[in-house]
Structure formats: structure tokens, C-alpha cells
Write a protein that binds this ligand. Structure first.
Ligand code: NOJ
Length: 757
């Protein structure tokens, strides 16, 4: 049935009624839709990478010809005002209906002002920081005509072999949800779509839908097979939070989920996203993921791939050229209803109207340069980097600094700065650095030299992946003459991100050899580790007194590190992904189930240590090297006992809005001011399905002066206590609830609350 004929009278009445007032973006979309041919409609569902050939055969599509006839709705990777304006001119002035293009780009951790990589940013546990960095990224991108970013990546990652762990917020759904909402607010200018028309707002995109981070073996693009419960409890919440915050777009993923590729997964794309969550934005496929339904093996030809992708709920086809080639024919053959096409087109047009693209399709190229790298953006980049660092360890048992913390650096210290990441500006930008330029970066070497002058000696020592020991001698010389050694070691930025999975998680090349050689000199050392993932630093943790995870800090790497190393700013980040002792422990995550044979811990002495048949390794401790939530600063905090407002409560009371108030007193027991991130954890026992040993359900970041105490308060409601039960229903169940407020996922003094029928 031709829906246009059915829809038209309806549209006409809606439109004529309300056009006297200002028509809404949706009304304008409907009005435009009824004037479009089928080919023009399908054009809106087509996205290409600017000028790039497509498909396994590298077909060169004549994009200009398509633009002229309204055959492209969106382009990605067209960068800069001149470029986007020129392409926009064709769409607006040459095509019959003049529908403007929507330009998309991977603006992941900044556009020109490069912030820390997302895993680093997440370690700040600070939604407002995420929102502010996203806002800056949006303003810079929009100045160049980009009105859509493929961010935030809200994939939960429990496996650091997976290189894309760098692009997300780590392993926890609660924190991941809070940070997802913050990013959406930042890019889109607030909750929902009300501020999209501001010239500094861009569409956000929750990706990759869904469970992409669960790749078997940590190998990118790989199969994911998980239960519906794990999907809903662990992988979906950040997507749900983004949807509820009004994110306008979703991106379907590359992976198969329980046998069904996620770019043809009706259950997730339509059943959950559209029907359960009422998402009314649009879904773009990941890059050629609709065409990849063929190698996945669920389509034998392009036509079937296009049909399956579209019918499952993918509105826009990124780069595969399958919707352009196949959808009109599928509609004419009656395999796809034009009504379904209309629904997808309407969503995309509505977004274009919401962005104000019809009124302002072009950007002012003369204003573009001045919109970048504003002083306040650079200041924010420094603040973000400072907050992203995680101090894993800061205590020397032996040597010159024996028995005391080695950081912060003494003002008059003679410093040896050693390592391949001490002075590599490009590496500091991290993966997905967008328009970030190495010229904008200040390295650790440059900023330490500025601060300490000739008291700093630098030696590269080795390269990131190299095997030559040629540079070791100079490094050892530098270390011999110093009071303190800073080792800037780690991965190359290209070792994490897309298609960058690793089987080893150690320092690459011969960096560990270099570190061991320097360590033999007995000088106090701080290891500043750069990486896009948790690394296995077991030897380092046992031997090096201070370790600071720096991730990839962005363009203010040097100043931020210098300020933290010298104590001008205290470190305050906490891990958002578990650091394993050994790769063989992976996947390792803090919110795991307990098993029937747990290794005895402080709260479980049912089996003695000598008992063999326990869930453990014979050659390695089962615990993490550094747990989720861990991070030190230059002062110390103590936590008082956790107090709950009640000892018991009913399921019904909780359903009707009752809350359990939780409180703990946190005191700064050290001699410096410091910032702490207090974390609320729960455990539920006696439930219909086994629940994790601990789950994060709240966090608060605050600064305390020496001796100062703060009562940290949280509320537990049905929302935090509900989980997907044995009937795959989201419900609160009667249980024994254990609650505690702590400095990390392995500390805290619990209290119990009985939840009864
Ligand atoms: C593929 C990546 O998986 C996705 O994250 C990205 O947004 C697209 N390419 C576009 O560059």
C-alpha cells in the first residue's frame, strides 16, 4: 500500500492547523516528506564518507552526482568550513528540494582542543567535567560545519585486550550511565532536543548498539554470546540512560549478539530500543555493517543485507551503499513498505529541522579559526587531564625514599626524565584525536624543563616498541646524576582503539628491561604509564615505588602532569576498569558473581585456604592488581562505618517510593587538602538469580581540608535495587541487602538491611 496517499490527508490537517503558529520540526519533516519522491526519501537514509570508495570491491560512487539529485542525506569525514560549505551548497542549491546535508564526524575526545581519551576522562568520575568537555568539542566541531558526532561510546568493556576499551567509560554500568548522560547533555546542549538549534550544539550518538565490548577473546568485531540478563543488567543501561536523556542517534554495531548481527538485530533495535524505550531518534549503521551481514552469513546478497538491516531498525546506512542501491527496488517489490521508509526519513528530517540546518545550512568560514583552542578550552583540557590521572601507588619500602611516599616531587629535586613517551607530542593526543595537532601539545619534557630548568635531564632510553638497548646508557647516566627518576613509559596510541586488540598487556618492546636497569640504581622512581587500557604491571607494582596512570592526557599533557607530580594539584582519579595481574585473568571485573566455591575472603571463611577445589588459578592470585575504584592522592582518607536508615523494609514500600538512606563519615586524616571519590556499593543475597559480589550504586566527589570530615549521604531507591530476575523482569526482590560506602571496590565496612515481601 502506498502510505503517502494515506498519510497525506492527515499531514495536511496537522500541518494546516498548526502552520499558523510555528510548525514543529516534526510537522515540517512531515510536510517535506510528502513532497519527496521515493528516491529522494531513500537518499536521506544514505551516508557516505566524503569522497571515499565503498564496499569490498572499493566501488567509487559518484557522490557529486548523487548530491545533485538529493541522493545523500549525510556525509562523514568532510572536515572544515570551506569543505562542508562547498558540499552543502550542492545539496541546498542544486538538488530539487534543497534538503541540507548533515555532516558527521568522530569527535570523540575533543575536536581541535584534545582532551584525555574517554577511559582517562571517566577516571575523573565527574559528569560535569564530561559535559563541559563535550560542550567545547561540540562548539569547535560546529564551527567547521560538523553537527553530528559519533559519540559517546557507551560500550561496557570488561576485557582490556579489546582496544576500544580506550573509547569508553570502563566496566561499570552505573558510572557508565551517568557519564553517558553527561556527554549527551554536553554535545546536544542539554537534556532532550530543545537546544539543538544553538549553533554550538551537535547531535550525539550512543554507540555501538549493543554489547560490542563483550567480544570473545577481546578481539575487535568478534562474536558476543551473553545471556539476556547480562545484556540487560550490564550492557544496556548506559544506552538506556542516553536514550532517556534524549540522545538523537544510535549506532548499530559490528558484532553478532547471540547469533544475530547487531546491525540486523530486530530484538535489540526494534524490540528494545523502539518498543520498550520509545526511542524516537534515528539509528545509523556502523561503517559498512549492513554489507557485513553477508560475511556474517545471514545474507547471500546485497538485497537481502539491505532488507535485513532496514527491517531490523537501521534507519541510515553508513558507507555500504546498499540502501541507495537496493531500498527503492525493495519498496517497489513490496518487500519494504514505503510507510517504513517514511518513518525513517521523518526521523532524520526532524533532526535536521531541530538543528536549524534549513535556516542555517552554512557556517561562517571566517569565524572558524577563532572558534578553536580558546584559552578557556585549553584551561579545561588541563583540568580534565589533571583529574584523569590515577595514582596507583606512592610508597617506597626501601631505597633512598624508604618508608615514605615518593610523590610529590621536592621543589629542588634533580630529575632524570626517561622514556619514549616523555617528549612525544603526537602520542599525547591518543587515539581518535580528530583535528588535534601535535603542535598544540605541551609534552612532559617541555613543561618539566620550564619548571625545573637545568635540574631536569632527559633521555629517551628506548622507543615504544623497539628492542635496541642503544639508548640505555644515556638513560642510566641521567638517572645516576639525579635524585629522582620519572619514567614515561607505555603503549603507543595506535595500540588501543579500533582494530587494536592485544594479547599482551605489558609495557611493549624493551621498556620493562629499561625500567629494571634504571631501578638497579636504587633511586626513587615514579612510573608515569601512558595507555588506552589497563596494563599488567605486576613487576612494576612490586618494585617501583610510585605509579601514575596517565592514559593519553591530550594537549595539556605536560602542564597537567607537572602540576600533579609536583603537588600543585593532588591526583584524584580512580580506576574505572580493573587492572589485572596477568592477561590470563581476563575478563576480570569488579562486579562478578561469586561462584559456589569462592576463595576465602574477609567475609567468607567457609573453606580454609589449604582447600584445593576453589575457583582460582594454581599459578596466580585471582584478585586484581588494582581494583575498580582504586586511586590514591597525597593525603589519606578514612571511612567511618556505613549506617543505613533502617534495618528492614518491604518490597512494596520500595515500589511505592520509599528510600533507604545510607551515610558514612569520611575524614581527611592526612596533612594536605585532597579530593576523594566516595563510592556506594551493594550486594543482594537470597534472590532468584545470583547477584554480583558488589555493584556500584552511587558516588560522590568532594574535597576535604586536613582534619575535615564530611557526612557522605546516598539514597537507595527501587531504581538502584531492581535487577533482571529469573523471569527476565526488572524487579525488586526480597533479599538480604549489604551496603557500604568505600574508597574503592575492595574496601568499606558493610551494614545489612533486610528487604522482605
Ligand atoms: C567505525 C567505528 O566502529 C565507529 O566507532 C565510527 O564512529 C565509525 N567507524 C565512523 O568513523
Amino acid at each position: 500500500m502506498n502510505t503517502a496517499t494515506i498519510a497525506c490527508p492527515l499531514i495536511a490537517s496537522v500541518v494546516s492547523l498548526s502552520f499558523a503558529a510555528a510548525p514543529t520540526p516534526d510537522q515540517r519533516a512531515l510536510d517535506l516528506l510528502q513532497r519527496m519522491t521515493l528516491e529522494e526519501k531513500v537518499g536521506q537514509l544514505v551516508q557516505f564518507s566524503d569522497g571515499m570508495a565503498t564496499g569490498p570491491d572499493r566501488v567509487k560512487v559518484d557522490q557529486t552526482a548523487l548530491l545533485n539529485k538529493g541522493g545523500i542525506g549525510s556525509l562523514l569525514n568532510a572536515v572544515g568550513a570551506h569543505k562542508t560549505n562547498a558540499l552543502q551548497k550542492i545539496a541546498v542549491e542544486k538538488s530539487r528540494l534543497g534538503v541540507p546535508l548533515l555532516f558527521g564526524l568522530d569527535v570523540i575526545h575533543g575536536y581541535r582542543t584534545t582532551f584525555p581519551v574517554p577511559l582517562g576522562l571517566s577516571a575523573a568520575w565527574d559528569p560535569s567535567l564530561i559535559e563541559r568537555t563535550a560542550r567545547v568539542a561540540a562548539a569547535e566541531a560546529a564551527a567547521g560545519g560538523i553537527r553530528w558526532t559519533f559519540a559517546p561510546m557507551v560500550d561496557i568493556a570488561r576485557d582490556p585486550r579489546w582496544g576500544r576499551i580506550m573509547e569508553g567509560s570502563g566496566e561499570d554500568p552505573y558510572l557508565g550511565s551517568a557519564l553517558a548522560v553527561a556527554a549527551v547533555r554536553g554535545y546536544q546542549g542539554g537534556i532532550g532536543t530543545a537546544n539543538l538549534a544553538q549553533p554550538t550544539s551537535i547531535l550525539a550518538c550512543a554507540k555501538h548498539f549493543v554489547a560490542y565490548g563483550g567480544a570473545e577473546g577481546g578481539r575487535d568485531y568478534n562474536t558476543v554470546d551473553i545471556s539476556e540478563r547480562v545484556l540487560r543488567d550490564v550492557y544496556l543501561p548506559p544506552f538506556r540512560a542516553a536514550s532517556d536523556a534524549g540522545v538523537v542517534t544510535f549506532m548499530s554495531a559490528f558484532n553478532a549478539l547471540n547469533g544475530v548481527p547487531t546491525s540486523a538485530n530486530h530484538h535489540t533495535l526494534t524490540g528494545i530500543l523502539r518498543n520498550e524505550w520509545k526511542f524516537d531518534g534515528f539509528v545509523v549503521s556502523d561503517w559498512t555493517s549492513v554489507a557485513e551481514l553477508i560475511p556474517h552469513g545471514i545474507a547471500l546478497d546485497d538485497r537481502t543485507a539491505a532488507l535485513k538491516g532496514f527491517a531490523s531498525g537501521v534507519d541510515m546506512d553508513m558507507q555500504a551503499n546498499l540502501y541507495a542501491a537496493e531500498l527503492p527496488g525493495l519498496v517497489r517489490a513490496g518487500k519494504v513498505s514505503e510507510q517504513a521508509v517514511d518513518a525513517s526519513v521523518r526521523r532524520i528530517l526532524r533532526a535536521k529541522f531541530e538543528l536549524g540546518l534549513f535556516e542555517n545550512p552554512y557556517v561562517n568560514a571566517d569565524a572558524e579559526a577563532a572558534a578553536m583552542l580558546k584559552p578557556e578550552y585549553i584551561a579545561l583540557a588541563r583540568e580534565a587531564a589533571e583529574q584523569s590521572f590515577v595514582l596507583l601507588k606512592n610508597y617506597a619500602a626501601t631505597g633512598d625514599a624508604g618508608g615514605r611516599p615518593v610523590l610529590p616531587l621536592a621543589a629542588n629535586a634533580r630529575i632524570a626524565l626517561i622514556g619514549p613517551l616523555a617528549d612525544d607530542a603526537e602520542e599525547m593526543l591518543g587515539g581518535w584525536s580528530c583535528q588535534g595537532k601535535k603542535e598544540d601539545v605541551i609534552t612532559l619534557r617541555a613543561s618539566l624543563a620550564e619548571r625545573f630548568g637545568s635540574a631536569v635531564t632527559y633521555a629517551q632510553g628506548t622507543t615504544i616498541t623497539g628492542g635496541s638497548r642503544e639508548g640505555f646508557a644515556a638513560a642510566l647516566d641521567a638517572a645516576k646524576n639525579a635524585d629522582f627518576v620519572i619514567m614515561a613509559l607505555g603503549e603507543s596510541r595506535h595500540m588501543s582503539g579500533e582494530a587494536a586488540s592485544r594479547t599482551r598487556l605489558d609495557l611493549p618492546g624493551n621498556q620493562l628491561d629499561l625500567l629494571k636497569e634504571v631501578d638497579k640504581l636504587g633511586k626513587p622512581i615514579v612510573l608515569v604509564a601512558f595507555s588506552g587500557r589497563p596494563l599488567t604491571l605486576a613487576w612494576e607494582a612490586a618494585n617501583i615505588p610510585a605509579i601514575l596512570m596517565a592514559w593519553y592526557p591530550g594537549l595539556q599533557a605536560g602542564p597537567a602532569l607537572t602540576r600533579v607530580l609536583t603537588g600543585e594539584v593532588s591526583p584524584s582519579g580512580k580506576l574505572t576498569a580493573t587492572m589485572p595481574r596477568a592477561v590470563g585473568q581476563v575478563p576480570i571485573y569488579y562486579n562478578h558473581l561469586k561462584t559456589g566455591r569462592p576463595v576465602p575472603g574477609p567475609d567468607d571463611v567457609s573453606k580454609d585456604q589449604g582447600y584445593k577445589f576453589l575457583s582460582r588459578y594454581v599459578d596466580e592470585d585471582g584478585s586484581p592488581l588494582y581494583p575498580f575504584g582504586h586511586g590514591l592522592t597525597y593525603t589519606t582518607f578514612t571511612y567511618g562505618p556505613t549506617k543505613a536508615s533502617t534495618k528492614e523494609i518491604s518490597v512494596n514500600a520500595l515500589r511505592n517510593g520509599a528510600t533507604i538512606e545510607i551515610e558514612s563519615a569520611v575524614t581527611n586524616t592526612g596533612s594536605r587538602s585532597g579530593t576523594e571519590i566516595a563510592q556506594l556499593y551493594i550486594r543482594q543475597r537470597g534472590t532468584s538469580v545470583a547477584r554480583p559480589v558488589r555493584e556500584l550504586k552511587g558516588f560522590e566527589k568532594f574535597t576535604l581540608e586536613p582534619g575535615q570530615t564530611r557526612a557522605v549521604k546516598f539514597k537507595l531507591t527501587a531504581a538502584e535495587l531492581a535487577f533482571w530476575n529469573i523471569d527476565t523482569q526488572l524487579a525488586v526482590e526480597p533479599c538480604e541487602l549489604t551496603v557500604w560506602v568505600a574508597a574503592s571496590s575492595i574496601t568499606g565496612t558493610p551494614t545489612k538491611v533486610m528487604i522482605h515481601e
